[in-house]
Write a protein that binds this ligand. Structure first.
Ligand code: HEM
Ligand SMILES: [Cu+2]
Length: 563
């Protein structure tokens, strides 16, 4: 066995004696070794388990909501149960699934590996962050078991503080607690990326995924405290009767909306920037090309993160705000679309003349680009004040944000999960099933949400459990799509579990990818690398321009396939 260091400072993992118990997964099997771990890779897995649970809780609520909406009458749920279900769905999906999804699972696993570090800067804080997340989530689930909440995920006042007699405070405290988990993760990633980069890993050699994590972390740290304070004010008004938002006692309900959206608009970018990071990695790998316009991609991420802080007012065009303020918010919302468009353009540029392969992670990535574009373009409709006045609070808005949050972000999460699965688990999964699930998810998604644009444009309001019969056709299509989507989401649960138990051993670099994370074993050892990595070039070292790419060996194994 030779462990002589190569120019990269790393031993070739293929030459190592793999019978040694080097994998982080083999580094202790007790429950304690998992619950008290400070290994960023194990913490990533802990997060993956919790967000999967939340995803299916949120999904169950959505299924009931869609079931009720299949007919115009109230036949499955009473009005108040319906309100509690869509609130549960939104609260769980936004706060406990989507916000932590990519950063805390893939981000935790990959950031140290991608920059050549042994762990994050503050490993214990990383573990604490997981406990805060589970703690917050449990408070919210407790609220659900005790009878639920009916305010919607936005907790608008004065309804949430003065009128609702449901479990608002407990839920809000759950979200508050989870906020600290976001802040801890943000601080940790910022410190890690600043301090622990391997020699030679300069800022402009960072993979775009790391840049996405960096910009997301800045938003975590800057925006989340505002939400925390706002939520405490809600509890203060509800519990101690402090007149903060209640107009009857001199409070200002619009103040709540400003504070809430000052966090929650940046939060939508917290949900989408990590997805952009994942997709950049996938597209360059499966197009076998250097990412087109790397520096522009970096500046676009930074621009979105910065401008994203100044557009929150577009959620409040109909709240009676000054028309001058509305104009400024409208303008800035158009401005934020520019860096988003740059990214779409550069992904397309990367594909152009690439040697594109259609492996399952790439199917998700391509789905992302299309769905993100549709979501972004309809965002521009909404940013235009006269159109927004017409479609505000209709299914058009519901469709817009689902295209971005589900069509784009969730697709990217699944794409990333498949791409790095062999690295994370050391196993391969059945590629045919994975491709089928990706395609089914794309069709199910569009069938669910495209009709909502039409229903919304025709005037169907959101958050009602009954509706005029002329909207039924769109709702039936949407509910049918939801059934397809449910099957598509359950499939990876099945075949990925199968792969854990019966999948073949994965090689160290099954996709022939260029990142540092592929220069170690699958799964990596506790200390990540054999040797100390040194970085000598940019992140996307695929074939140089003009040289024909070689596809001499099939990339993800069909060995281990169920078919
Ligand atoms: C291309 C840039 C985007 C623009 C110009 C844009 C514009 C808008 C506007 C104007 C609204 C308010 C509609 C209304 O309430 O009447 C809105 C709602 C929303 N957007 Fe976007 N958006 C963009 C991207 C995103 C992204 C990236 C996400 C999420 C990852 C997102 C998630 C949402 C959500 C969750 C809502 C609805 C909030 C609610 O009322 O519950 N948007 N968008
Ligand atoms: Cu917004």
């Amino acid at each position: 066995m030779s462990t002589t260091a190569s120019p990269t400072g790393l031993a070739d993992p293929d030459e190592l004696d793999l019978r040694l118990p080097v994998s982080y997964l083999a580094d202790g099997h007790s429950v304690r070794s998992w619950l008290l771990t400070t290994d960023h890779k194990r913490i990533a897995i802990l997060y993956a388990i919790t967000i999967t649970v939340f995803f299916f809780i949120g999904g169950a609520a959505a299924t009931l909501v869609r079931l009720e909406l299949a007919t115009p009458e109230a036949d499955v749920l009473r009005a108040d149960t319906y309100n509690k279900l869509f609130t549960l769905h939104g609260v769980v999906m936004v706060w406990f699934f989507l916000i932590p999804s990519i950063p805390n699972t893939l981000g935790n696993f990959l950031v140290p590996l991608m920059i050549g570090a042994r762990d994050v800067a503050f490993p214990k804080l990383n573990l604490i962050s997981w406990y805060l997340n589970v703690g917050g989530g449990s408070l919210a689930v407790a609220a659900l078991l005790l009878g639920g909440v009916d305010t919607g995920w936005t907790f608008y006042v004065p309804y949430s503080t003065v009128f609702s007699n449901t479990w608002v405070s407990l839920t809000v405290l759950g979200v508050f607690t989870t906020g600290f988990s976001s802040i801890a993760t943000g601080v940790n990633f910022i410190a890690t990326i600043h301090l622990l980069r391997a020699p030679g890993m300069t800022w402009f050699r960072l993979p775009l995924f790391v840049w996405a994590m960096y910009t997301t972390s800045l938003m975590f740290v800057l925006a989340t405290p505002v939400l925390a304070v706002t939520l405490l004010l809600v509890v203060a008004e509800r519990t101690f009767g402090l007149p903060i938002f209640d107009p009857a006692r001199g409070g200002d309900p619009i103040l709540f909306q400003h504070l809430f959206w000052f966090y929650s608009h940046p939060a939508v970018y917290i949900m989408v920037l990590p997805a952009m990071g994942v997709v950049s990695e996938l597209i360059t790998c499966f197009a076998r090309r250097k990412v087109f316009g790397y520096t522009f991609m970096v500046y676009a991420l930074v621009a979105i993160a910065v401008i994203g802080f100044f557009t929150w007012g577009h959620h409040m065009f109909t709240s009676g705000m000054s028309p001058y303020a509305a104009l400024v918010f409208s303008f800035l919302s158009f401005v934020v679309a520019v860096p988003s468009a740059i990214k779409v353009f550069n992904w397309t540029g990367t594909l152009y003349r690439g040697q594109v392969g259609f492996e399952s992670p790439m199917l998700y990535a391509l789905g992302f680009v299309g769905l993100f574009t549709l979501g972004g373009l309809t965002g521009l409709f909404l940013a235009s004040i006269p159109v927004d006045v017409h479609v505000q609070d209709t299914y058009f808005v519901v469709a817009h944000f689902h295209y971005i949050m589900v069509g784009a972000s969730v697709s990217a999460y699944f794409g990333g999960l498949h791409f790095w699965w062999p690295k994370i688990t050391g196993r391969t999964y059945p590629e045919t099933w994975a491709r089928f699930a990706a395609i089914l998810m794309f069709f199910g998604f569009n069938l669910t949400f495209f009709p909502q644009f039409i229903a919304g444009y025709l005037g169907m309001p959101r958050r009602y459990h009954v509706y005029p019969p002329e909207f039924q056709i769109w709702n039936v299509l949407s509910s049918a799509g939801a059934a397809v989507l449910a099957v598509a989401y359950l499939m990876p649960l099945g075949y990925l579990t199968w792969s854990l138990l019966f999948g073949d051993r994965a090689t160290n670099n099954p996709w022939d990818a260029s990142g540092l994370e592929w220069r170690t074993t699958s799964p990596p050892p506790r200390q990540n690398f054999f040797g100390s990595p040194r970085v000598q070039g940019g992140p996307y070292n695929y074939h140089p321009e003009g040289v024909a790419p070689v596809h001499d060996q099939p990339r993800l194994p069909s060995r281990g396939s169920l078919t």
